[in-house]
Ligand binder design. Sequence first.
Ligand code: ADP
Length: 465
Amino acid sequence: MKKRSIRFKLTLWFSLAQIAVVAITLAAVLGASQTVLRSTVRNYLIGTVEENVDSIDYVSAKEDLPDYIYVPYHDGYLKIDPGYMDVVNDVETALYSKDGTMLYGSNPLAIQTEGTAFSESYTWSLKVDGIRYDLYDRKVNLENLTDGELWVRGVVPETRNTAQLNEIARLSALLLPLLLLLSLLSGWFLADRLLAPVRKIQQTAEQIAEDNDLTRRIETVTTKDEVGKLATVFNRMLDRLQHSFDSERQFTSDASHELRTPTSVILAQTDYILEKDRPAEEYKEALEVVQKQGRKMNTLIADMLDYTRMDQGAERYPFETVDLSALTAETADQMALLGTRGIQLTSDVDDGVMVNGNALLLSRLLQNLISNAYRYGKDDGHIAVSLKQGPDDVQLAVSDDGIGIPTAEQIRIFDRFYRADSSRSTEGTGLGLSMVKRIAELHGATLELESEEGVGSTFRVFFKK
Ligand code: ADP
């Protein structure tokens, strides 16, 4: 069963459930009908017997009434009304004396019930040759017959009332396999229709696995049901996969490109110096160039590692409640010690600002913004770090009065490896701000930049409360 297709299982369960419902309903209806019929027949049996009891009288002499039947009994006659029904609707009634002698009427079970004692107003059953019979005994009380007890026994076979039910049961037994076939067929086609989008998903997934083409999507799924939703989710997952696959590829290509420059410089320098014997001074200069480029590569590789680690493994950085006030004040104090090119750093931090986040990432964000402010700040300039608790959000800001960023470049500086032309002379890898952007995203925070060329820049991060 485990290996069977969903279509097969659906059809099977659907059909079995249908058959079960029909069978249970049928059994319940037949059972109820049987009970009703039996009680109806029994009532009819009792009614007939009671009526017949009323049709019997005892007279001492025959009268001149032609329609009546006179059965000799004791010293007189039992006078039986013409209304006495000995066989009506399969109910047969017979009149007995106390000792069990049949005096009048008929009884199909005369032999089988011979010698069976009579009990007053008693209904009982007897099975003969596979047929069930209902019987009813009734004592006849005649005022003028004091000596000599009489009994009327009514008998009705069950065959008549069950025949119709048996017919229904027989018909149902014939119809059930037909119904099963019908529900199997309809289930099979229904399952096919319902599962068509699933097959499309399967085919698309197989094609992607075959040719690695992440641009494929599931088409023509218009239904809004679970399967339709599954297809939409599958397509969305493919979008994301393709996006991260593309950006992965882009990152590798950008990284190679960035590493190429220092590598080329090192190779050119070493080729030149090794061409022939050179004075010691020139070797020293060449080695200094190699060292500088080596350092550059080192920073680049370290930054790239940091970036990919953070980008690919957000689970490495678990979130918790972070005291952003303490973190900001501490980072600002530490970085103020740098004191590069006479730049002054001051901070204005509100107390007790807590956010949900990762302390390591948040301090990385702040470090990147402050080191940029130093790097692109003017000599003897000023950096202001502030943390403000607003009514709806928390605002973290780093301002400088440095070279500023041209409007046209303001969007692009958050891209990986992007560096504005004005900053080419400074050290840097172009990864700092893209890391800031990613960290802000991970914290559900928004970034804002206000900058003017030659005046300075302010980077603001807004954390939702
Ligand atoms: P890097 O600083 O290593 O070049 P970043 O991603 O940190 O890389 O920054 C990207 C670019 O944005 C920088 O090259 C620089 O041109 C510009 N930039 C960033 N911060 C500032 C700032 N405070 N003032 C002026 N320009 C900035």
